[in-house]
Design a protein around this ligand. Structure first.
Ligand SMILES: Cc1ncc(COP(=O)(O)O)c(C=O)c1O
Length: 257
């Protein structure tokens, strides 16, 4: 399914439905999509809700990055309580990756089937992890405090990375706006730069990023001029160093195809 700066392209979805596609579920990351960071606009949320009603599919919203909004308001408009919306979330982006613990909010009619499928898959998540997270959630304000802190750290880190790259390589790389989440999606502006070679040079200089084409399941070469820059795990000084190294790599002749 196509995605642009407003998130999932619901016109594309509508055309597939008109041509006869009959999905049971449409998966979407409404807020800070991975990898593009795009947030589904209010108009597209409403369009998706209308399509789900008309064609009877469930909207499966993956809310992994939703609590990490540090700028602006979340657009409204998903199907709401109409019985067609499943929201899944995870502690992976807020408490720690690898916890393998999350939750789902389902319409009543889906609960028995989802419980059955889950039981057939792996019975349940680690009891130890559940116990530790339950303990934390039971302390008033603790989880909210972690989210507040994460939002303010990520705002500062994404701003540091953006400012550094805008200062060092304004003609070579352009970052999409970052209003939440943990990474920036960026376009390499110089056509001659080959992103895979660029990464090799960046690695030699001591920094790294994800190559855009890795996120193209069709293998069609989409996102060939894109990179995903993770900013959550490093402080501002390190991010400025990373920006310096990336801009050096962008200017290095070995990064050209
Ligand atoms: C959209 C999205 N959902 C879920 C996850 C991972 O969550 P979990 O580790 O709980 O499966 C990721 C991690 O990369 C993600 O990007």
């Amino acid at each position: 399914m196509r995605v642009d700066e407003e998130g999932l392209d619901t016109d594309h979805l509508a055309s597939l439905l008109e041509e006869g596609a009959r999905p049971k579920v449409v998966y979407v990351i409404p807020d800070f999509q991975n990898p593009t960071g795009a947030t589904l606009s209010a108009a597209r949320r409403a369009h998706l809700a209308a399509l789900s009603e008309r064609y009877g599919f469930v909207v499966l919203a993956d809310d992994a990055y939703r609590p990490l909004r540090f700028e602006g308001e979340e657009p409204g408009g998903l199907p709401g309580d109409g019985g067609n919306l499943v929201r899944v979330s995870t502690f992976a982006k807020t408490l720690g990756p690898g916890l393998r613990l999350g939750w789902a909010v389902l319409p009543e009619w889906l609960v028995p089937a989802v419980v059955r499928i889950r039981q057939n898959q792996d019975q349940h998540s680690s009891l130890l992890t559940q116990r530790a997270v339950a303990e934390l959630l039971g302390r008033p304000g603790a989880y909210d405090g972690i989210l507040d802190r994460a939002r303010s750290i990520y705002r500062a880190r994404s701003t540091a990375l953006r400012r550094a790259l805008e200062g060092l390589a304004p003609d070579r790389i352009r970052l999409e706006p970052v209003r939440g989440g943990i990474f920036a999606w960026a376009r390499i502006l110089d056509d001659e730069v080959d992103v895979v070679r660029l990464r090799r040079v960046a690695n030699e200089l001591g920094t790294d990023f994800s190559v855009g084409t890795y996120f193209d399941p069709s293998g069609s070469g989409a996102f060939a001029d894109r990179v995903r820059l993770g900013f959550s795990g490093h402080d501002e000084a390190r991010l400025r160093d990373a920006a310096t190294r990336l801009s050096q790599a962008l200017g290095d002749p070995r990064s050209r195809g």
